[in-house]
Design a protein around this ligand. Structure first.
Ligand code: CMC
Length: 442
């Protein structure tokens, strides 16, 4: 008779244990009872980078990496990208259901009310160096928001969580646009709440002398779709950072700032910036085979390829590839697309990539679109951060409410020195030549 359990025999002791299997997982805490002696520590699970460890139960995003499926709250990403707007999708992600008309109108009003930032936030941002990376400015400024909203510390209060969620989703585009204007030495543009969420963002980025800014509808819609595609992606590096930092019950501004920090890295949200730099470096279609050979030899990675979860085409990548051509109708073609297409064509036939199941991910084509829209590469991860704020906040609220969650505190396997004793400097021998040891050029 089959049972939903796992039987483990510890060959060190000959003892057998029966561990329940729930939702296709065993609770690693169950391993703690497997001991070689009652006074010794129990068995640990070792899983650097959480490759095969679920850190939470979640109702927000479903991914089937084998089949290339992504759903927010059960809705396929393809349907949302075609029919929804970013603000509606953000509502779905945060609240769990699509809104009816009245709820949607109220949500839009509530978010829009919070697009303005305190004048001191503006002054704070003006203090960054002229060439500061906008993502660095975003980390710092979102973190600084916690000093403006001390009420946010009450993370266990539902109304406070709702308010901070509206504030963050409302203010992210404003801070992002101010960061962009700062790098250009242009005056910051205040929000125009008669425009859509994305239209207003474009207004704050690109408005010059005109009295009223009218966004190009193709660009406005394309950016909105890109925001939908980036709004959540279950337990990725930055979401894990938000949950982990948030598990200390710090305010959400500090937790989201940690997420933005994680997103900044080239293996995460910085990848689309790295893709464009890579395409520029390759320079022409005829140099693609040589570049592919380089990646196979370990000379850098083919940026925008590969994913921890997707072992198939990233469904977002497919939508973005199509979207690129809509955008090019409004902006003219970005010549880097030809290099990207050739890289994809060759890589998908190459044994190295096929064997490792490396396919284009969301970042492979997004950078090419952003560049065609006139964004500098340093703004690419910032755009990602605006959209992902919805996901981070939904995940953060889910974590705060989850009775099974406690402060995040992984274990380690200590492989360092055994106990040793202090020797005064005059008698101390020179340090050994280990790689992680201090060297003379400290
Ligand atoms: N180019 C060449 N080789 C690669 C690549 C790549 N882009 N990605 C993985 N590999 C190889 C890797 O060298 C390793 O080979 P081997 O088994 O011979 O050592 C194997 O594939 C498995 O790689 P891994 O690093 O163990 O895989 P991972 O699941 O830890 O990493 C990843 C996932 C996304 C960090 C990685 O594929 C990568 O660095 N890709 C390029 C960066 C990128 O596009 N990042 C965006 C990710 S999607 C958006 C997001 O989540 O932010």
């Amino acid at each position: 008779m089959p049972r939903d359990t796992l039987t483990i025999t510890d060959n060190r002791t000959g003892q057998t244990y029966e561990v329940p299997i729930e939702n296709g997982a065993i609770a690693t805490q169950q391993l703690a009872k497997i001991k070689i002696a009652p006074d010794r520590e129990g068995l640990l699970g070792y899983d650097p980078a959480f490759g095969n460890t679920a850190s939470c139960k979640s109702r927000i995003t479903f991914i089937d990496g084998e089949r290339g499926i992504l759903r927010y709250r059960g809705y396929p990403i393809e349907e949302l990208a075609e029919k929804s707007t970013f603000l509606e999708t953000a509502y779905l992600i945060v609240k769990g259901e699509l809104p009816d008309r009245a709820h949607f109108e109220r949500w839009k009003k509530n978010v829009t009310q919070h697009t303005m930032v305190h004048e001191n936030v503006k002054a704070f941002m003006a203090g960054f160096r002229y060439d500061a990376h906008p993502m660095g400015m975003l980390v710092g400024t979102v973190g600084a928001l916690s000093t403006f909203y001390p009420d946010a510390q009450d993370v266990e209060d539902l109304e406070s969580r709702r308010l901070q969620t509206r504030r963050l989703i409302g203010k992210l585009p404003t801070i992002a646009a101010f960061a962009y204007r700062h790098t250009r030495g242009r005056p910051y543009v205040y929000p125009d709440n008669d425009l859509s969420y994305t239209g207003n963002f474009l207004n704050m980025l690109f408005r010059m002398g005109e009295r009223l800014y009218e966004p190009d509808p193709i660009i406005e819609r394309a950016l909105d779709v890109l925001f939908i595609l980036h709004a959540d992606h279950e337990q990725n590096c930055s979401t894990n950072a938000v949950r982990s930092v948030g598990s200390s019950l710090v305010d959400p501004y500090s937790a989201v700032a940690a997420g933005i920090g994680a997103l900044y890295g080239p293996r995460h949200g910085g990848a689309n910036e790295a893709v464009v730099r890579m395409l520029q470096e390759i320079g022409s279609v005829d140099r693609v085979p040589q570049a592919i050979q380089g990646f196979k030899n370990g000379d850098g990675r083919l940026m925008g390829f590969g994913h921890r979860i997707y072992k198939n085409y990233d469904p977002r990548g497919k939508i973005i590839k199509k979207l690129a051509y809509d955008v090019f109708e409004a902006t003219g073609k970005n010549p880097l697309i030809e290099i990207a297409l050739e890289l994809e064509r060759i890589a998908l036939q190459d044994d190295y990539f096929v064997k490792r199941r490396l396919y284009p991910n969301v970042d492979f084509y997004s950078g090419v679109i952003y560049q065609a829209m006139g964004f500098p590469v340093t703004m690419f991860p910032v755009l990602f951060a605006i959209a992902r704020t919805a996901g981070w906040l939904a995940q953060w609220a889910e974590m705060v409410r989850d009775p099974e969650q406690r402060i995040s505190r992984p274990r380690q396997i200590y492989v360092g020195e055994e106990e040793r004793h202090y020797i005064a400097i005059p008698e101390r021998p020179p340090p050994s030549d280990r790689e992680d040891m201090v060297s003379d050029d400290i």
